[in-house]
Design a protein around this ligand. Structure first.
Ligand code: UFG
Length: 324
């Protein structure tokens, strides 16, 4: 079976990608330094422990496994932290990405799938973001991801083909609960709500209730992680068919306020979500919704699990399991 190198394969999205690749007939080779990933999340192919700052380690895994393509998920990914420690983000994300892209090309591999983010757009409240929207990141995380997008464009004339996916609020878990979301510390809304429901932490703090929205809370576009990784497999096939390098936004186009997510979680879990209202969180945009017409029409992507109740049900099932 053809192998695919999955950097960050022990992380939340990477582990789901490994499952989707295995189901599609590929062998995923997870490459992860386990700084935030989980050894137990690697279930669908081998794990090679290694760091993207170590070029020799990348060369070695590419030589040993000879993958046909690289899927690059590994990155530091917290907006707030990236403003506290910008150097770490520029060093690990950008230098790590450069090492990987150079090693990929040196190994004669010409297919690269990159996990990018709507954080590359910066604060463009009220606009539905799409592939044409100008990118003006306002934090080091978004800046570091945009730098890798640019790198891929620069390497493209030298024979590297790529698909860049820009996505936003990824939620949910594998419907079979084989893998799921487990960050430490957890900062994302859906797992924090489920922890609050389970009594594993105190009340959920709603960050800001005085925004200019119908219920005063921020609006985001949530995509089911299984739908998201399906798009990555479709992106791989796109490149295997010899199609051109492309950027695709992955979202549903529907926005949910924080209060709407809380209400949906209460319905799915049959229990009240303990909440308290707090001040706004620095760096939060009011409304961020990501269009996906291009992915639907060109890639044939259908986000079939990305309804709010389904994402919450699948995340809840995972959180109720033993986890990793
Ligand atoms: N929120 C709360 N309380 C919490 C946590 C979050 O009210 O305890 C709110 C946030 O203010 C925001 C919404 O829930 O309005 C979603 O917050 P998340 O932290 O779950 O997600 P973000 O929208 O901040 O972050 C997402 C991705 C990042 C990505 C970023 C781009 O998770 O990886 O968008 O800005 F980089």
């Amino acid at each position: 079976m053809a192998k695919v190198l999955v950097t960050g394969g022990a992380g939340y999205i990477g582990a789901h990608a490994c499952k989707a690749l295995a189901q599609a007939g590929y062998t995923p080779v997870a490459f992860d330094n386990l700084s935030t990933g989980h050894r137990a999340a690697v279930k669908f192919g081998p794990l090679v422990e290694g760091d993207l700052l170590n070029r020799a380690a990348i060369d070695a895994v590419l030589a040993e496994h000879a993958p046909i393509a690289v899927m690059h998920f590994a990155a530091l990914s917290q907006v707030g932290e990236s403003m506290q420690e910008p150097g770490r983000y520029w060093r690990e994300n950008v230098l790590g990405g450069l090492n990987l892209i150079e090693a990929t090309q040196a190994a004669g591999i010409d297919k690269f799938i990159f996990s990018s983010t709507c954080a590359t757009y910066g604060d463009q409240d009220g606009v539905v973001l799409n592939e044409e929207t100008e990118q003006h990141p306002i934090n080091a995380y978004g800046g570091s991801k945009l730098a890798i997008e640019q790198m891929l464009r620069d390497f493209s004339p030298k024979g590297l083909t790529y698909v860049i996916f820009r996505y936003f609020n990824v939620a949910g878990a594998d419907p079979d609960a084989e893998v799921g979301e487990a960050h430490d510390p957890e900062t994302h809304l859906v797992p924090l709500i489920l922890q609050a429901v389970a009594g594993a932490r105190g009340a959920l703090t709603i960050f800001g209730t005085d925004y200019d929205t119908a219920d005063g809370t921020c609006i985001r576009d949530y995509v089911h992680v299984s739908d998201l990784v399906d798009a990555h497999v479709a992106g791989l096939k796109w490149l295997e068919e010899g199609k051109s390098s492309e950027v695709f936004c992955l979202g549903t186009g529907d926005g949910f306020s924080v209060r709407e997510v809380v209400a949906a979680a209460a319905a799915v879990t049959n229990g009240p979500v303990p909440i308290e209202e707090g001040p706004r969180r620095a760096g939060d945009a009011v409304k961020l919704v990501c269009g996906s017409d291009k992915a639907r029409t060109q890639l044939g992507w259908t986000p079939s699990r990305s309804t709010m109740p389904q994402m919450l049900r699948d995340a809840h099932r995972w959180h109720a399991s033993d986890g990793f």
